[in-house]
Ligand binder design. Structure first.
Ligand code: RFL
Length: 381
């Protein structure tokens, strides 16, 4: 039996799309390369912005997805240890985000989709896309699925983007020249997402559920190797940069994060549409990676629904609409990165970054513009 849409990948993009299509009565099959426990346990992002929350509320999924999650109101910065609170909710007319660990969001979306009769196939190995310009067919193992459209939601390393002829795509990449080392720890979460800025380098502590925190430490690529740091050394750096001598706990996961950005244009080829990390990677500054994936899925769900019902106008505009938001967020993330990292070591640049930071607290319009980007932008309306 042919289906309307084959969704490749069951991360935030694929699962958001699948749930929205299912709610709209559009047939879809989700193919996921990994097993269920891997997908449900992969810990990454932690903030759902206000726009992302609205996507689920509009679809009638608020109870399933957002129940019991705390609202993000303040951001705390410590500049050379001195605390400054930015009231994101007040500066954005109450459009605060929610603290939602990515694995919790994924688990809830997955359960909702399956409980409502969704077709999700784990361990779908060696997915291949065929006849994208005609009647698309997706194969894995000895299974073959005919469909009208394919949604490539399989992340940066997935098969979807690689199925597009190279000369059809323009790729933009940017290396931010900074190293980030991230650790998950059994350590009480901070009251508010916390960032330390100063001459010793950037550090951050973000809540990841009631008893865990994700930490970030800036390092100098080429000069330092954080993988050689002992946990005690990492804690010393975190205590210094975050101005909190009481920090400590068991580190359960360590990872080097590539501080790079990537965008591919267009986000569509024939009947294949890319969403989320398959089309763009953004640095974690500003917490927009998962939110961009959800925003793409929201636009794509509406466009595919109209196309299946006979009007493909929105589908033809899909890539342009999503790229506008993508570049807007890339610019914000870069701007934020420059403000909180001492990348150049140049004293003049450091003073510029300080001026940019101070303006958020002394100039309401600057604070409002920042909070607006944190809340997420609905470029469609
Ligand atoms: P995902 O989450 O990578 O999901 C893709 C899914 O596709 C599957 N897959 C395939 N399935 C079938 N066939 C294939 N050939 C396949 N190849 C892959 C994979 O198994 C997977 O299940 O992409 P998606 O849905 O686009 O979601 C994107 C987000 O996951 C990502 O942007 C964020 O996690 C980025 N990110 C952060 N974003 C934020 O908004 N705030 C943060 O604080 C934040 N912190 C982070 C992050 C990413 C991190 N890492 C590890 C890259 C922290 C880290 C450490």
């Amino acid at each position: 039996m042919p289906t309307d849409v084959v969704v490749v990948g069951a991360g935030p993009a694929g699962l958001t799309l699948a749930n929205l299509l299912q709610r709209n009565g559009i047939g879809c099959v989700v193919l996921e390369a990994r097993d269920r426990s891997y997908v449900e346990e992969r810990q990454r992002a932690g903030v759902l912005d206000h726009f992302g929350g609205r996507v689920f509320a509009e679809a009638g999924l608020a109870d399933q997805v957002l129940a019991g999650v705390p609202t993000q109101t303040f951001l705390e910065f410590r500049y050379e240890g001195e605390p400054r609170l930015l009231d994101i909710a007040a500066l954005s007319d109450g459009r605060g985000g929610s603290i939602v660990p990515q694995q919790m969001l994924v688990r809830r979306l997955l359960t909702t989709f399956l409980d409502e009769g969704g077709d999700l196939r784990f361990n779908a190995k060696d997915v291949e896309l065929h006849s994208l310009g005609g009647s698309p067919r997706v194969t894995y193992g000895d299974v073959s699925l005919d469909c009208s459209y394919v949604a490539g939601c399989d992340g940066f390393h997935g098969v979807s983007r690689r199925s597009i002829p190279e000369d059809e795509l323009t790729t933009y990449t940017f290396d931010h020249g900074i190293g980030w080392y991230t650790m998950l720890a059994d350590a009480s979460p901070p009251k508010y997402p916390l960032m330390g800025i100063g001459r010793h380098g950037f550090a951050a502590q973000f809540p990841r559920g009631p008893v865990a925190s994700r930490f970030y430490l800036q390092y100098k690529p080429g000069e330092e190797d954080p993988r050689a740091w002992t946990d005690d050394e990492a804690w010393d750096k975190l205590r210094l940069r975050l101005g909190d001598p009481s920090l400590g706990g068991t580190i359960t996961d360590r990872e080097v994060v590539e501080m790079r950005s990537f965008v591919v244009e267009p986000m569509a080829y024939e009947k294949l549409f890319l969403a989320g990390d398959a089309a763009h990677i953004i640095t974690p500054m500003g917490a927009k990676g998962m939110n961009l994936a959800i925003a793409d899925a929201y636009v794509l769900a509406g466009a595919l629904t109209s196309a299946v019902r006979g009007d493909d106008t929105a589908l033809r505009a899909y890539s342009d609409v999503c790229l506008r938001r993508t570049w807007d967020y890339q610019e914000f993330s870069r701007w934020f990165t420059e403000m909180v990292h001492d990348t150049s070591g140049d004293p003049f640049q450091r003073r510029l970054a300080r001026a940019r930071f101070d303006r958020l607290f002394t100039n309401r319009a600057a604070g409002v513009a920042f909070a607006d980007m944190m809340a997420g932008v609905d470029l469609v309306s």
